[in-house]
Write a protein that binds this ligand. Sequence first.
Ligand code: SAM
Length: 276
Amino acid sequence: MCALKQPSEDFLSMKAKMRTTPYHFNLLSDTERLSAFLEAIKQKAKGTVYDIGAGCGILSILAVPYSNFIYAVEKDSRSAKLAESNFKEFNNILLINDDARNVIFEDKADLIICEMLDTALIDEEQVPVVNSILKYLKDDGEIIPQGILNGAEAIYVDRDSICYDDEFESSRINYQILSNLVIYSEFNFKNLIEEYVETEFELEICKKGTFSGIKITTFTLLTNYIICGPTPMLNPPLLIPTGKMNVNIGDIIKVKLSYKMGGGLDSIQTRVKKIS
Ligand SMILES: C[S@@+](CC[C@H](N)C(=O)[O-])C[C@H]1O[C@@H](n2cnc3c(N)ncnc32)[C@H](O)[C@@H]1O
């Protein structure tokens, strides 16, 4: 769960002044996501900070009072232009409009903030990007978020294709949970991470019904103490249909799951088998 705080007056007036794309406006409006990042930044920001995937610049601006200098890197030109205009009143942020993997940084970082998160890190470039800039982090430097945990549950869902469970949208998808949550992987971004995931785990059925897929939920470890579950704009659970089979309480579903982090949802492959 996120540490939730009401936004201060200063924050609300700064947010009202920011120029954003519609997507970044939605990110900015997710108070739960932002308050968790703000808390983590207050605890960890110092010295030289990189804000990788800066979007329209909100996380850089939140880091200003705690940092000496901030490199804000954003590959999308439109977002980068908006960030540049949002940074006008700050003299310690440098905006770099490029893919973060191409940037040669002049100073090593005390803190890297990188918010290219998505469920299980499959559809965004968090892992390839963090892997490639890790060489610029000081030995005692820190990363926000510091890592993630991925969990899986057996579900019944009446769908043929992979989709997100956008519980905050009106067009919410109905599904039933049929097992307990199993944490199948954990990553710490301070270590180089293998982009290909191949994992096997077992889900024990706790509700009789029709099994037809897996729900993946990602928990973001912003720091050791701030763990953020899905929020309106951060990591909506992913529903992966696998084919239907009847299940009873106590049945075990063996799951083989593979994907490439940063490789997109098309890279997901599953095989499931029931063991009674
Ligand atoms: C989820 S948004 C976060 C934006 C902002 N940091 C925030 O918290 O509101 C991720 C951003 O990363 C940018 N991005 C994705 N891949 C990138 C890359 N390889 N290098 C630099 N920026 C990238 C996207 O264009 C997008 O603006």
